[in-house]
Design a protein around this ligand. Structure first.
Ligand code: NAD
Ligand code: DAU
Length: 349
């Protein structure tokens, strides 16, 4: 495969995937399709924007005609689909936006790939990037495997689960060559500061309260974003068509513990007295329908494809903090304007 469409490449995970593919495969043509919503930012891709094998296309996956024409024009051979509305809290206040982008947008891409590839499915692949949240919430025990039944609990995860079902339905009904991966929580450079870790990094830096939902006992499994991009590369090239692969960090943390660790790391980096940033921790009203625990069994991708996370968590978190502290312009740009309205609606009520 040579001509690859990556959707959502200006977002958090997408920019790391685009960078990896553009740098690692100079013989591929990489097309990054992104609508540049509040979460998409071309500043993320400054280092590769001049590369010969890279093209940016601004466009909306919910526009079926535009997507059909794009496939006719470029005759993509592979698709890596990341574009989505991705924040659970926003899905609680505006579920329809998530239906439009995550469900309708995905079906538009499936239709365009199906008709573009109709006569020849050889060397074609539609790779859909999904989330562990489709499996619902775990109790104290157990892990999500690829066989775990879907049980989405938020409008976000319901929209992602629905898009996964459409992708599998196109494989079953039209024999479209597909692969799906479901990943746990990513962290790392370039994440929009509405998500827990970058929000807390930004607030610690500015001495603002750190809003912890409920008692902070919810558990997430954290993976460094570049390790996710590596896994996507592995699955794209070596994954078996029709299969699902779970990706995770084997790295479970209670929210309160991860935020305390972050405070301690930042106290050192900012030369603050030990324990100073922990004073900013503030327990706030819980997220509606808050999933208690996610944890991934990533043994299939390890056994079949040889992928494992490469970074220890503390090392990844330090790298992440360093990135935010040395990219203050990026942080200031994305937190000006609309972010202020979002923040006061979400946290002042
Ligand atoms: P993000 O919100 O940072 O980026 C999403 C990107 O999609 C943005 O660049 C945005 O501009 C673009 N986009 C949104 N609507 C669009 C539209 N209608 N047309 C074209 N582009 C549009 O998201 P992320 O955290 O990078 O997540 C990427 C994908 O990975 C999503 O599908 C998400 O469900 C999945 N995922 C995320 C995580 C995580 O921890 N962040 C974990 C597992 C899976
Ligand atoms: O599990 C994969 C998912 O991880 C992805 O599919 C989503 O796109 C991604 O946003 C992420 O979802 P979460 O809801 O787990 O991430 P978030 O950073 O929003 O929240 C992490 C945990 O921290 C969660 O238990 C809620 C809590 N939280 C979050 C925020 C924003 C707080 O306590 N306070 C906050 O202000």
């Amino acid at each position: 495969m040579k001509r690859i469409l990556i959707t959502g490449g200006a977002g958090f995970i997408g920019n790391h995937v685009v960078r990896l593919f553009v740098n690692k495969f100079p013989e591929y043509e990489i097309y990054n399709l992104d609508q540049l919503t509040y979460a998409g930012n071309l500043e993320n891709l400054k280092d590769i924007e001049g590369k010969e094998n890279y093209t940016f296309i601004k466009g909306d996956i919910t526009n079926a005609q535009f997507i059909d024409e794009l496939f006719i024009k470029y005759q993509f051979e592979g698709v890596i689909h990341l574009a989505a509305e991705s924040h659970v809290d926003r899905s609680i206040s505006d579920p329809l936006a998530f239906v439009n982008t995550n469900v309708i947008g995905t079906v538009n891409l499936l239709n365009a790939a199906k008709s573009c590839w109709a006569n020849d499915y050889s060397n074609k692949l539609f790779y859909h990037i999904s989330t562990d949240e489709v499996y619902g919430s775990l109790g104290e025990e157990g892990l999500f495997t690829e066989e775990t039944s879907y049980d989405p609990q938020s409008p976000y995860s319901a929209s992602k689960g629905s898009s996964d079902h459409f992708v599998r339905a196109y494989a079953n009904t039209y024999k479209l060559p597909i692969v799906i991966s479901n990943c746990s929580n990513n962290y790392g450079p370039n994440q929009f500061p509405e998500k827990l870790l970058p929000l807390c990094i930004n607030n610690i830096k500015n001495n603002k309260p750190l809003p912890i939902y409920g008692k902070g006992e919810n558990i997430r499994d954290w993976l460094y974003v570049v390790d996710h991009a590596r896994a996507i590369n592995t699955i794209f090239h070596q994954g078996r068509a029709g299969e699902t692969y779970n990706i995770g960090g084997i790295n479970e943390w209670k929210n309160i513990d991860i935020v305390k660790l972050l405070c301690d790391i930042m106290d050192k980096k900012l030369n603050r007295p030990e324990g100073k940033s922990r004073e900013l921790i503030t327990f706030v009203k819980d997220r509606a329908g808050h999933d208690m625990r996610y944890a991934i069994d990533a043994s299939k991708i390890e056994k079949e494809l040889g992928w494992t996370p490469s970074l220890q968590f503390e090392e990844g978190l330090e790298k992440t903090v360093d990135w935010y502290l040395s990219n203050t312009n990026w942080l200031e740009n994305v937190t000006s304007g609309d972010y202020q309205n979002y923040y006061s609606n979400q946290y002042q009520s």
